[in-house]
Ligand binder design. Structure first.
Ligand code: ATP
Ligand code: MG
Length: 218
């Protein structure tokens, strides 16, 4: 598509080093943000795409997963003012189960000639062998792994992992959902902008009631 004088080609598509940090992001939290920001810095990436899984097939059926468009809205709010981080809706547009191998093919088209980096926490990295066409993920991108608090994991020694040190934050979406359910504090665990989306869209209301509402003080 022709680009008018003075305009840049659509949003950063000229980026040369592109990270893709995929997740369910149900909801996105500080662990995700701190990881993305630090990998962006450590590897001198032009952009990190926070790629929202459409159907996180490995979690499907294990619990109710928030609608993909709602998860995307939460991620978009979280990164709106964070330089170098952008929300990714490519897996929603692809539809169906989300496979990183397919996502990387889409990104390779969108960012011609860019080096792609797939960013994962070590719990996800340890399951690489179970990913659909993991060989394509390895051939199409550098595999970046960050440690996450918890049991040490074993990584496939055949993969040339790029290790990035990030602050270890023992935060998970599972814990945040439990906090929404029982009314424990969420402060500093996710951004105010994300909380705003959650409130406006009525997400994480359990038992048809808001644990938040019952906390309102006089
Ligand atoms: P859930 O508890 O629902 O599985 P989660 O917190 O693990 O949620 P995901 O959306 O499953 O978040 O994870 C997306 C990616 O972010 C994965 O690669 C995961 O390893 C990584 N990740 C999640 N939380 C952290 C954290 N606190 N520190 C570093 N990486 C994290
Ligand atoms: Mg997880």
């Amino acid at each position: 598509m022709p680009v008018a004088p003075g305009q840049t080609p659509s949003s950063g598509k000229s980026a040369r080093r592109v990270g893709v940090f995929g997740g369910t992001f149900d909801p996105p939290h500080v662990g995700h943000l701190v990881t993305a920001i630090n990998v962006h810095h450590a590897l001198d990436l032009d952009v990190v795409v926070m790629m929202v899984a459409n159907v996180p097939w490995q979690k499907d059926g294990t619990r109710d997963i928030t609608l993909a468009e709602d998860r995307l809205a939460m991620v978009a709010a979280a990164v709106e003012f964070v330089p170098g981080l952008i929300p990714g809706r490519q897996e929603l547009d692809l539809g169906g189960n989300s496979y990183t191998a397919d996502t990387l093919a889409v990104l390779a088209d969108e960012y011609p000639d860019a080096d792609l980096f797939t960013i994962v926490g070590d719990d996800a990295a340890a399951k690489l062998h179970s990913w659909e066409r993991s060989d394509e993920v390895v051939s199409r991108s550098g595999l970046v792994v960050v440690d996450r608090p918890g049991e040490p994991v074993v990584l496939d020694p055949a993969v040339d992992w790029i290790r990035v040190e990030v602050p270890h934050l023992d935060v998970s979406s599972t814990d945040l959902r439990a906090r929404f359910a029982d009314g424990r504090p969420l402060d500093y665990l996710l951004t105010d902008a994300t909380l705003d989306v959650i409130e406006r869209r009525g997400l994480y209301l359990y038992d048809g009631d808001s644990a938040r509402d019952s906390q309102v003080t006089p």
